[in-house]
Structures are given as structure tokens and as C-alpha cells.
Design a protein around this ligand. Sequence first.
Ligand code: ADP
Ligand code: TRP
Length: 320
Amino acid sequence: MKRVLSGIQPSGDLHLGNYFGAIQQWVKMQENHECFFFLADLHSLTSQKDPDALRKQSYEAALTYLACGIDPSKVVIFRQSDVACHTELAWILATLCPMGLMERAHSYKDKTAKGMLPNVGLFTYPVLMAADILLYSADLVPVGKDQKQHVEITRDLVEKFHHHFGEAFAMPDPFIPEEVAIVPGVDGQKMSKSYKNTIPIFCEQAELKKITMRIVTDSAEVEDKKEPEGNTIYELYKLVAPDKADDMANKFREGGYGYGELKKDLLSGIEDFLDPIWEERRKLEARKGYIEEILENGAQKAEAEASKVMEKVRSLVGLR
Ligand code: ADP
Ligand code: TRP
């Protein structure tokens, strides 16, 4: 069975982009792969400096994984910082990593271009990500297109390590299903925490309504015929209500439906889609201490796996 590993930074409320771009694939993959899904809390430290917020967001992210259908009886769910070898391996890989490899990383350039303060952790972020992947001998790493380069960097580091010290790692491949769309945010750009344009998986109903009504549209009038493809309202509707997407496309093309009305249809599509996930969350919250228990259990399993690879690496590089 192929090994799968992926993670999300718990640095804000998870949103529909995370759901359709990542979690939905994980839920499918857990049925026929050996999966490790984790909370990349050490990565979050590159931007999150509020300890209470980080604690809360890690808990929320774990709750979200479970509520969305990640099943702890099938996969290992853990917190990155619970397994100390992640930082140890990251250091060893950093000593092999040419500066140029990091300097070319898009994600660092994008984040600093957006005004994020460039700390060293942010710069070497892909090295820690490589350690995450390699400690679990992952064959497949399901990620969004924006993360593909990080998996390529990981592959480069595997080659360098093997060249210098000998075989220690499995060679990972990114897994990016073509049909997984880039989910648009309410402003039409890629939905992302850093653009403040997200539709969260969990929020108050009134808030969800406000956010949906804020979706940016063109100035077409009610009676105008409209093109659905590429329109944020339709693109989101296709994801949350695929069975009814044709009906909405017809409303766009026929004309006579204003964006206000189409947004209301989208809102009810989102609500229907999220309803079972919210219900599951309520059930999970009623089980006091359950999330902590899952994470402790996951940490033990992850540690057992990671320490095997780590021992081999320590010996190959001469630390033991
Ligand atoms: P954000 O951009 O909100 O910070 P992350 O970078 O933490 O999100 O993404 C976590 C996972 O969710 C990654 O695999 C990423 O590719 C996926 N993802 C995030 N936003 C989107 C989106 N708008 N469309 C598709 N996938 C997304
Ligand atoms: N960098 C990823 C993101 O921002 C999160 C992440 C950290 C990750 N380590 C990973 C994803 C290892 C896959 C595998 O989305």
C-alpha cells in the first residue's frame, strides 16, 4: 500500500479552499493508502506569534480534519511539534541544501512580496517540509499546485543526501489531481487565509451570509445573460452542489436572475454542504478530551515511524 503524508498549517480558520484543495482528497485517499495527516504547527510559527491563538488554531484544525471525515481509525493524525525528529532532520537537510534552492522558492518570494517579514524560518520553510515528508517515507504528497515546488525541493534534497551518505529515504511524488480546482475566494483571487477572502468551514450562519453576499461580481444587470464559467458564484456552487450546477448555469445564461439571487442560491448550497460537517463537529465537541486523545495517540504512532528513519540518518551522517 502506498504511503501518503500531508499537512496544513494551523494558522487561521480552515476554509473551503483547504477543504476542496486538500482535505477532500485526503478523505478519499485514506480508504486505500497508508496515511499520515498532521498539523504543521512548527511551520505556523513562521507567521503566528500569538501563543494562545496557535494553541486554539491547532485544536481547531484537528477538529476540522475529523469533522470533515478524516478517520483516526484509518490514518495517523498528529501534531508536527510532538515529534522532535522533524526539526532534527530539518537541520541535517539544511546543511546539505544550497542557498540557491531556497532563494528560488516561489512561496518565500510571494510571502515577502506581500509584506510578510522574512525571518530565517520562513526562508528555510521548505527544508522543514522536506523533513516532514521524508521521515514517513511518503510515496505521495497530496498538495495544491502552490506546494508542488516544495515537493520538488524535497526530491532534490533526497538526491543530495543519497549521493553524499547513501540510501535513507523514499522518493516522494507530489499528488495533484487535475480536477482539483483552485478555489476562488470572495474577491475572485485564490481563496487564502493571507488574502482575507475566505469562506471558513466553520462560522456563524449570519457571518456566512455576510461573507457570501460580499462576493465580488461584475456590473451585469438582473435581466442580462451572464457567463457562468469563471464567475466566482458559479465556480463555488459547482464545488458545493455539483448535482445542481447545471440548473445554476442555466439561470446565468437565461438572464433574469440578479447576482443577489444567485448568491442566495449559493448560500443555501454552502449551508447544505456544510450542514453534516457542522453536525459532526457538534458531536466531536461533546466528547471531552477526545481530540487531545487522538493527537496523543497519533504522536506515538508517528514517533515510532519517524524514529526508524531518523536513526538510520544519524548513523549515515556520522552522528552515531
Ligand atoms: P492558505 O493559502 O489559506 O494559507 P495553505 O497554504 O495553508 O492555505 O493551504 C493548505 C492546503 O490547502 C494546501 O494543500 C493548499 O494547496 C490547499 N489550498 C489552500 N487554498 C486553496 C485554494 N484556494 N484552492 C485549492 N487548494 C487550496
Ligand atoms: N507547506 C504546506 C502548506 O502551507 C504545509 C505543509 C508543511 C506540508 N509540511 C508539509 C504539506 C508536508 C505536505 C507535506 O500548505
